[in-house]
Design a protein around this ligand. Structure first.
Ligand SMILES: Cc1cc2nc3c(=O)[nH]c(=O)nc-3n(C[C@H](O)[C@H](O)[C@H](O)COP(=O)(O)O)c2cc1C
Length: 351
């Protein structure tokens, strides 16, 4: 199951309804649940008080309940560690309208959220190290609670990705530079810090993307060689699995090859890779936010062909699993006609 923000955890504490939401999927054939993004323990990480935290006794106790319940039905679960960085601003966050905290405190490489517009100052070395420490503490807490792995949210234009992207990272110190290899440092250091806290045998998944909330056509890497500049040091730092976020898994990542972004991550690093994007659905993520029409259900034969050819190892399913908790079982049993098609209406409740 792909990580999907649902904002049903009042005060940042996931309750039994959140546990049951994940249990329904785990009990119906979902092998690994990547939770909705969860806040790490840093004052400027969040922009919605109903999104769960991974710190504080109350929230950790809530997560303990979720993990136990998912394990009881044979599922596996990993939290997605999230810091919004410079996007801590309501106008960009069409999904988050319940802002209660002071949004003027922000963390970012260079005070840029929209390319070309510098609206703040970059964070200090000390602040950067504090955020890295907050990721590491979250990873340690995840392991202590009994989660099966952690996923670091390094995608979609949020904090980590703001360091990767040349349009939001204008730094000239050791946290920035002209090459993606230079801008990889923040991600690399935080993976190292997480690895140190969780030990050698606890899986660290790293999610990255070309597209950003700020620019859907943005690209971090124009060539496979450039992508390797980012992924090689991350793999060396301790990433076990790369999760390449794409809006449509069918799309090639670079010209001249049919491989998608996960396919390239696997080929370049030799690590297992997770792909994602419009599985079982006819319309991509952005189209479905723009319209309330149900999205048509499509077959998964191309997905199976690509997986059988070892292009990537795991597939994350997002929206299809929101509207139908039994999507995986129905696909496995070839009962596509029984699948409830995705519609944004399904986001209103936690079913
Ligand atoms: C309601 C919703 C919330 C999402 N929240 C997150 C999130 O917290 N973290 C993340 O990395 N991606 C998030 N995504 C993106 C999904 O993980 C996934 O990559 C995207 O929906 C494409 O997969 P799909 O076509 O199967 O839905 C979200 C998507 C949706 C629809």
């Amino acid at each position: 199951m792909a990580p999907m923000t649902r904002a049903f955890s009042p005060g940042g504490v996931p309750g039994t309804d959140v546990a049951q939401y994940y249990v329904r999927r785990a009990a119906a054939g979902v092998g690994l649940i990547l939770t909705e993004g969860v806040w790490i323990d840093h004052a400027a990480a969040s922009n919605d008080a109903n999104v769960p935290r991974l710190f504080g006794e109350d929230a950790l106790e809530g997560w303990c309940g979720v993990v136990k319940a998912v394990h009881a039905v044979g599922g596996r679960i990993a939290p997605q560690l999230w810091h919004v960085g410079m996007t801590r601003k309501p106008e960009l966050e069409h999904l988050y309208d319940k802002v209660e905290e002071d949004l003027t405190v922000k963390f970012s490489p260079s005070g840029v959220v929209t390319p070309g517009e510098r609206i703040g100052t970059g964070s200090t070395e000390e602040e950067i190290l504090a955020v890295i420490d907050a990721y590491a503490r979250a990873a340690e807490a995840a392991r202590a609670i009994g989660f099966d792995a952690v996923e670091i949210h390094g995608a979609h234009g949020y904090a980590v990705d703001q360091f990767f992207w040349g349009k939001t990272n204008l730094r000239e110190d050791r946290w920035g530079g002209p090459d993606l290899a230079d801008r990889a440092r923040f991600g690399v250091e935080l993976v190292k810090a997480c690895r140190e806290r969780v030990g050698p045998d606890f899986p660290i998944i790293f999610r990255f993307s070309q597209w950003k909330l700020q620019d859907y056509s943005a690209r971090l890497a124009e060539t496979p060689e450039e992508l390797a500049e980012l992924l090689h040091p991350l793999a060396e730092a301790g990433v076990d699995i790369f999760h390449a976020s794409q809006r449509r898994f069918r799309e090639p990542a670079f010209s001249g090859s049919a491989l998608n972004l996960a396919g390239w991550a696997r080929k370049l690093t030799g690590k297992p890779a997770i792909s994602v994007g419009s599985v079982g659905l006819s319309r991509d993520l952005l189209d479905t936010f723009a319209s309330s029409e149900p999205t048509l259900v499509e077959g998964v034969s191309e997905l199976l062909e690509r997986m059988e050819a070892d292009e990537f190892d795991l597939i994350a399913v997002g929206r299809a699993l929101i509207s139908d908790p039994e999507w995986a079982l129905k696909v496995r049993d070839a009962r596509a006609e029984a699948i409830t098609p995705y519609s944004p209406e399904a986001l209103r409740e936690l079913v």
